[in-house]
Design a protein around this ligand. Structure first.
Ligand code: FES
Ligand code: FES
Length: 189
């Protein structure tokens, strides 16, 4: 198989590249586009550190050939500057280690603006953390507010009040699931 011309929309910009179609998307991003925010952990589809969105769907870029991204929209962590999830991961302790965090955030983006605890457990089941646990990650996701969510809720009197109410709901959901703050783990992949 020979190199082919690839066209994609990468973080909102149209890009072209001549590449072997079986080169891993992870390597295309890191080597050809110098987008090193996407990390390699296991390299075999187990850890989720390399998660990016292809046409809005989270994929393990270590398992995806470049050809799969041809004419697709690819979003990486670099495309999320100033996204509320980035701020929330810093503020609420979800940024635990540098390797896993970009993949966790990309998987969280795919959950949409108001995921439930069950949504978070399912959506991040393929993103493994073995250092600290998932409570701070879930807390960060539940407290982030995507711009689209704000835009869809005009007229709400107080964002702060809703944030507080959501946080209380999140705490209740944690208790229902028997997950302690600072501990716990999602179900296995
Ligand atoms: S590096 Fe891709 S899943 Fe682990
Ligand atoms: S966040 Fe990377 S191992 Fe826990």
């Amino acid at each position: 198989m020979r190199v082919k011309r690839m066209i994609l929309t990468l973080n909102g910009k149209r890009r072209t590249l001549t590449v072997h179609p079986l080169k891993r998307l992870l390597d295309v991003l890191r080597e050809d586009f110098q987008l090193t925010g996407t990390k390699e952990g296991c390299g075999e589809g187990e850890c989720g550190a390399c998660t990016v969105l292809v046409d809005g769907v989270p994929v393990d870029s270590c398992l995806v050939p470049a050809a799969h991204a041809h004419r697709a929209r690819v979003q990486t962590i670099e495309g999320l500057s100033n996204h509320p999830l980035q701020d929330a991961f810093v503020k609420f302790g979800g940024a635990q280690c540098g390797i896993c965090t970009p993949g966790m955030i990309m998987a969280a983006v795919a959950l949409g603006p108001r995921p439930t605890l069950a949504d978070m457990q399912t959506g991040l089941a393929g993103n493994l953390c073995r250092c600290t646990g998932y409570s701070a990650i879930y807390r960060s996701i539940s407290r982030a507010r995507a711009p689209a969510a704000r835009a869809r809720t005009p007229g709400r009197a107080s964002t702060k009040r809703h944030t507080q109410r959501d946080s209380e709901g999140y705490a209740r959901a944690l208790r229902r699931e028997g997950i302690r703050r600072g501990g716990g783990a999602p179900r296995n992949k």
